[in-house]
Design a protein around this ligand. Sequence first.
Ligand code: ADP
Ligand code: MG
Length: 510
Amino acid sequence: MPKIDYSSYIKGSAARYNKIKGNLLLSADGIWFVPDDGGTELYLPIEKIMDAHIEGVLLKKISVITNGSNDRYLFSVAEKDEWKSAISLAAGIFRRVTTGTSSRPVPPSNGHAKLQPNSQAVSVPPPTPTSATQPTPKPQPQKKKKRPSSPKPAQSPTPPTAPAPPNAAPIQSATQAPTQTTPVAAPAQMAPGRSSTIAAYTGPWPSGQDYEQSFQTLKLSMHPSLGKVDQWEAVKNPKTPGWYVYASGNYGSIYKVKGDDNKFFALKCFTRKSENLNTRYFQISDYLLKHSKGLDFLAHFQYFEQGIRTRKSQSFYFPVLRMEWIDGVTLNKYIQDNISNLKILKKVSVNLMNELDRMQNLGIGHGDLAGDNIIVTNSGGVKLVDYDGMYIPNFKGEKSAEMGHADFQHPGRSVDTFSNKLDNFSALVIHLSLSAISENPNLWEKYNGGDPDCLILRKKDFLNLDISPVYKELTAMKNKKIKKLCGILEDYLAHGPLWDGVNPSMLASL
Ligand SMILES: Nc1ncnc2c1ncn2[C@@H]1O[C@H](COP(=O)(O)OP(=O)(O)O)[C@@H](O)[C@H]1O
Ligand SMILES: [Mg+2]
């Protein structure tokens, strides 16, 4: 029988479901509704959640759609704004879980029963009273909201620790680091002078949970070639108590580590196979090093083919990217936080266009410009992360390994869309969106609605501008710059994805 896993508790709020008052809880395992009257709880397992979003701005409705049956659950929450970021974060995670494109960070289970994989939303009896061995509820982050009626905390908070999987042996000490033993098939194309085993690796990639366990024993998990790993310290994410992961996208998860020099850096651990990962990253790293002058816009990084092992793969090290830690927020969060500071949004957009222009002039295309790959730093500068789909001149004539976020890409983009002009369409989408939001901030709430994967325009708008409600509003705006940008968007869509009728410097000067 499933019970709420309070150790993975993320967000709670007073809410109503089917006119019944209670508490809505978002945990890493799913969404729970706990009625105030002690009646049966509703549980929507995370694996079954297809989508979750805020629906009615005025009525403060959260809509949760489950897959399989396409059932839709509507909850009314008291604190819509507080839920908004949590639900959108969760929605992104849910989508990735259900499409299998990334792994959700799953905190260690506390032994509560799991539902059958095919179960739909289920009703379960109220949690049993707290015993000494039960996990302690996290402090409630919401203000003036009720806690769920039970269970009550019995102990001081205990950070969850990941029990080793039943058959897993403990990770051996780093000095005993074994050599890579995974079967090697025909090696993929390699950068000169570098050997590869990951290129030939055909097994499953570690999940977020596998990496989470590795970070608990970081010193034993990292390959000694990365440096003084025995002096490294993994830093837990203060926003998701008990977890090490800071963010996760389609290809990997990001962790924060304090190095032997007491400085912080980021480690990206890959959760999916990406074609020619080694070749690409070694070459990108070499190219960026050579052209590092004037490229502060990109994070400094180093790719390690043999980086981290997991409990399930003790004899095999998976690659990692060691990067400069960027203190800041994603573009989407920055817009949300500064929605009433119109000047700042305009400035960020112009900054971004100028930096993209510099990058393009060095022959580089990022390939996946999107809200979550653009970080606005604490000093108001912009930095790009996620170089998995990057183009550099060495890649001329090759195919791109990634297609980028669809809501920022020309609908005609294909694997052959690969040059330093790769970002022109996304730059236009971003500049048009930010310019429009600066003129009319309501557009953000109305057309983004907490979606972390787009700004205000989506692929469906590009495919059908004629019937796009957001585009209709944009074209009706009086601002000349916006009118011009709309005209450029129409022209661009009539051309191919690498059209050079527009570029970031031209956009910045509008
Ligand atoms: N160097 C870094 N410092 C701080 N946060 C980062 C850094 N690199 C990435 N992130 C955060 O982690 C998220 C996921 O990383 P990313 O490289 O984009 O993974 P994916 O390829 O899976 O999309 C990013 O959207 C960003 O918010
Ligand atoms: Mg990304």
